[in-house]
Design a protein around this ligand. Structure first.
Ligand SMILES: [Zn+2]
Length: 241
């Protein structure tokens, strides 16, 4: 392996280890039940959390490097018990660079009912482009969970799927984007639950959902400053993270 790719891999290990801290910071996980992985760019490899290690003890060094069949290629630790599902997603969806799994409480309550989250919020339209769908029930081990994630999210705007009776899987162009989707999924699920508990949420027009999604995906956020002689505004909209 070249020096450059060794450095890149070390950075990716650090990023994946650090992103697990976001799962605890946003209250998405209990004990060790949640995991983040990242595809190693340009290689048929992924970095994922080791199985059963406390979040406080995660570091670049104990992240597990696996091939895209989920088989560890170095180190002593076993990878997350959800590795087969992450690996299946990377094999089937080449555009995906990060995968996250949680049992975050409100989203998983929708999964327990096998109910997708209807889009009644602008924030949900922004991030998910409509409903957050339910995927099939699938037992852990083998490819069934991975197949359920891929069959539900392929061609769907949502980067999150509620696997029935189980929990949330999210995808992103990198691990950070997948973590963001997991955080936003729980936020939306919580608000949708409260709205439903207190009354009947007001439906949104599909045209409004489409317009919000298009704006957020294409023009929301910050862009680096243009050259000094440019007449464009100093802070212009840019693709979201
Ligand atoms: Zn799980």
């Amino acid at each position: 392996m070249s020096v450059e790719s060794t450095l890149e891999l070390t950075e990716l290990r650090e990023t994946v280890a650090r992103l697990h801290g976001e799962l605890t910071r946003y209250g998405l996980v209990a004990w060790t039940a949640g995991n983040v992985s990242a595809r190693v760019p340009g290689r048929d490899l992924m970095v994922i959390k080791p199985s059963g290690v406390d979040y406080d003890d995660l570091s670049a060094d104990n992240m597990v490097l696996c091939d895209l069949d989920g088989v560890p290629v170095e180190g002593e630790l076993s990878p997350s018990s959800d590795t087969a599902a992450h690996a299946y997603v990377y094999r089937a969806m080449p555009e995906v660079g990060g995968v996250v799994h949680t049992h975050s409480t409100y989203a998983t309550a929708w999964a327990a009912r096998g109910e997708s989250i209807p889009c009644h919020l602008t924030a949900q339209a922004d991030e998910f482009g409509g409903e957050i769908p339910v995927g099939p029930f699938a037992l852990i081990g083998g490819d069934d969970i991975g197949k359920g994630i891929v069959s539900t999210l392929t061609g769907h705007r949502s980067p999150a799927v509620l696997m029935q009776n189980h929990g949330v899987f999210t995808i992103g162009r990198n691990a950070r984007a997948a973590v963001k989707a997991a955080v936003m999924c729980e936020d939306v699920a919580r608000t949708a639950h409260l709205a439903r508990a207190l009354g009947q949420p007001v439906p949104m027009a599909q045209a409004h959902i489409d317009a919000l999604y298009d704006r957020y995906q294409n023009v929301y956020g910050q862009r680096p400053s243009p050259p000094a002689n440019s007449s464009r505004p100093r802070v212009a909209p840019a693709p979201r993270d």
